[in-house]
Design a protein around this ligand. Structure first.
Ligand SMILES: [Zn+2]
Length: 304
């Protein structure tokens, strides 16, 4: 196995990583590449994220450009098999680096990049990204940080070809301090980035449990036919349910514990939530999420 991986890494350093991307048709003109339910590592080369595209008469609109330049260039090859059209826009849902590092590829193809204010604040040209650190020079390849062309503060609606795109930030803080959703009112397709995970657990490291729950409520209120999250394969009307249930139960258990003066030291031993133990990344993320939620809810209690 070790030899096999070493050979793969040597080959990928010569030819670039082969992502084997296959677009899945979701509905009408909407397609997605679904990433693995894992953490970033050299074997997946960052392919842990969902990246989607919408075909319009004028060209493609990409929602989240994926983990590397090579990923985006291979996604582009797949798009061109569907239609020989340019990529007009790339919309970035938030600033976590599994979602936007294909930007430099799409920029080189003439696409305009759209994203939240937090991208401008947190994505700094010349700094090493988490992806870069984990993947190393060869796998990171030609990936570069590029600036956005348009920043969305609040609300933007645009028409591309025959399709309307409504871009909006639902909450001041939810998964991050700048989560954009993209809604296609005609086909009732809703792209929600990391406001929705399924099949694996989320992280609140830059976010808020209360904001996340409020955002999930607002997402459900769209009554969209399709809900596409940043991680996970479920895209039906119930796509929000497992994360909503997880965070709702966590909030309740933490508030109960705080009523009983349970401190930070004991809380992660107490709030195990066994129903979620089989979920992907439970071992990596659950305890940290409990602690983050605990601190937030404690601060809220103090303010009351
Ligand atoms: Zn993500």
């Amino acid at each position: 196995m070790k030899i096999f991986i070493t050979i793969l890494l040597i080959l990928s350093s010569v030819f670039g990583f082969e992502y084997n991307l296959k677009p899945k048709k979701i509905t009408g003109d909407v397609y997605c590449f679904f990433g693995k339910l894992e953490n970033i590592n050299k074997q997946n080369a960052g392919n842990i994220v969902n990246s989607c595209f919408v075909q319009t008469k004028e060209g493609f609109v990409v929602i989240d450009s994926g983990p590397t330049y090579d990923y985006a260039s291979q996604a582009y090859v797949q798009m061109q098999k569907i239609a020989k059209l340019p990529v007009k826009y790339v919309i970035i849902t938030h600033d976590h680096d599994d979602h936007w590092q294909g930007n430099s590829f799409y920029k080189s193809k003439g696409a305009l990049l759209i994203g939240p204010r937090t991208y401008e604040q947190n994505v700094v040209v010349g700094t090493e990204t988490r992806m870069q650190r984990i993947l190393g020079k060869e796998l990171y390849g030609k990936t570069k940080i590029v600036k956005l062309d348009t920043i969305v503060d609040g609300n933007v609606s645009m028409t591309v070809g025959n399709e309307i795109f409504e871009i909006k930030q639902l909450e001041p803080i939810a998964h991050t301090k700048g989560d954009l959703i993209v809604y296609l009112p005609r086909s009732k397709v809703l792209f929600v980035g990391d406001l929705v995970f399924n099949g694996r657990l989320t992280s609140l490291r830059d976010g808020s449990i209360l904001g996340s729950l409020d955002a999930l409520k607002k997402i459900d209120a769209y009554h969209a036919k399709v809900i596409i999250g940043g991680h996970g394969y479920q895209t039906d009307t119930n796509a929000t349910h497992s994360l909503k249930a997880y965070l709702t139960e966590m909030k309740k258990e933490i508030l109960d514990a705080q009523d009983h003066d349970i401190g930070m030291e004991e809380i992660t031993k107490m709030i195990v939530m066994p129903a979620y133990q089989e979920m992907k990344l439970y071992d990596v993320l659950h305890k940290r999420t409990v602690l983050d939620a605990y601190k937030e809810l404690e601060m809220m209690e103090d303010e009351e």
